[in-house]
Ligand binder design. Structure first.
Ligand code: SF4
Ligand code: SF4
Length: 350
């Protein structure tokens, strides 16, 4: 049988004003979530005006995971007669301006939430999203994506945008992306010079998104952790840990949740919801009978690193569950949550 020729993806060149016109058109037709200023920092929020979109941001406070797994999420309603109704969010939306490292984290979540039992609530949102990735234009204070191989991305997005000089190169990465770029069909195709400059941006980002230097390859982390269980660093750092869980909650690859039933006052029914949870919180490992199998702060502190560098990679074919966004480093008031510092120290001493 003759192989079907593969279609070349659409790649266009876009000026700033053409970008605004495109985004304004998208906003008129559907729900668009985009990166916007939020005080002195940045956040993914519903976009109502194209001019509020900020593709020059460094990092958002909370990763885009909140769009697929919200911090508090209704799962189902039930009544006393055991009738229940599952709740799914199915409104299509465009997620605009995701950085490559956050896209890598979303692809990891796709694997985790489809493992064994597919999570219908997560995928209801995920399948309705069209994701526009934008290459990083400004390094955040603690990013180390360049060390984790996540500074750039070549697959998994619907559209990829890269700022080259005074314009953007915009490439479709999926049929959904091609459909989104229908609105750009009158814009010029990207020329050779722009594509060449895009390659240069990718090379530069891999080199420069390194505010902390990991002195090993990410693939070496699991074996390093396997021989470091009794290292003194766990007790030493945990002595300054407040167990606040901020490092978990800002992390794009943390996905743990707690399911709770909120029963109506008259006991006639209720709502089942799930909420973000975090392994650094004291009650995270509480089980029936009031037993807590990680009551010790150092055990929780060490567990976070083992989870990211050993346990989850075993599920993800070796991929480390840290994309180097640096959010945990910024969020930790105690300044003890830097994964690079821990891994480098273990490497020196083990
Ligand atoms: S562990 Fe820290 S640096 Fe790594 S992905 Fe999570 S928040 Fe980002
Ligand atoms: S953010 Fe810092 S203080 Fe809070 S739980 Fe994480 S390591 Fe501990």
């Amino acid at each position: 049988m003759r192989k079907k020729p593969t279609r070349k993806p659409t790649i266009r060149k876009l000026t700033d004003s053409a970008l605004r016109t495109w985004v304004a058109g998208l906003i008129r037709r559907q729900r668009v979530i985009g990166v916007q200023a939020d005080g002195e920092r940045f956040a993914f929020k519903p976009l109502t005006r194209a001019e509020d979109l900020r593709l020059d941001y460094d990092v958002t406070k909370i990763p885009p995971k909140k769009l697929f797994q919200p911090a508090a999420e209704p799962l189902l309603e039930y009544d006393q007669a055991a009738n229940y109704r599952s709740i799914f969010e199915t409104e299509p939306f465009v997620l605009f301006g995701v950085h490559p490292y956050d896209m890598v984290a979303i692809l990891q979540m796709d694997q985790v939430f489809s493992e064994k039992h597919c999570d219908a609530h997560y995928f209801a949102r995920r399948q309705n999203a069209t994701i526009v990735v934008c290459d990083v234009q400004k390094a955040s204070p603690n990013v180390f994506a360049g060390c984790m191989g996540t500074a750039t991305i070549r697959k998994g997005y619907d559209v990829l945008m890269t700022r080259v000089g005074g314009h953007y190169v915009v490439e479709a990465g999926s049929p959904k992306g091609e459909a989104l770029m229908e609105g750009l069909k009158n814009r010029p195709e990207a020329d050779e010079a722009s594509l060449h400059r895009r390659e240069q941006v990718w090379e530069d980002n891999a080199k420069f998104l390194v505010r902390h230097t990991l002195r090993m390859k990410p693939a070496e982390i699991p074996a390093l952790l396997q021989r470091s269980e009794d290292h003194p660093v766990w007790e030493e750092k945990a002595a300054r840990c407040f167990s606040c869980g901020s490092c978990n909650l800002v992390c794009p690859t943390c996905y743990c949740f707690d399911v709770r039933d909120d029963v109506k006052w008259d006991l006639q029914g209720g709502m089942r919801r799930r909420y973000w949870d975090g392994c650094m919180l004291l009650n995270f490992a509480n089980v029936a009978g009031g037993h807590n199998f990680r009551k010790n702060r150092a055990d929780r502190y060490r567990h976070r690193y083992y989870r990211k560098g050993l346990y989850v990679p075993a599920k993800l074919g070796g991929e480390i569950s840290c994309v180097g966004c640096g959010r945990c480093i910024t969020a930790c008031v105690s300044k003890i949550a830097n994964p690079v510092e821990i891994y480098n120290r273990l490497l020196e001493e083990r």
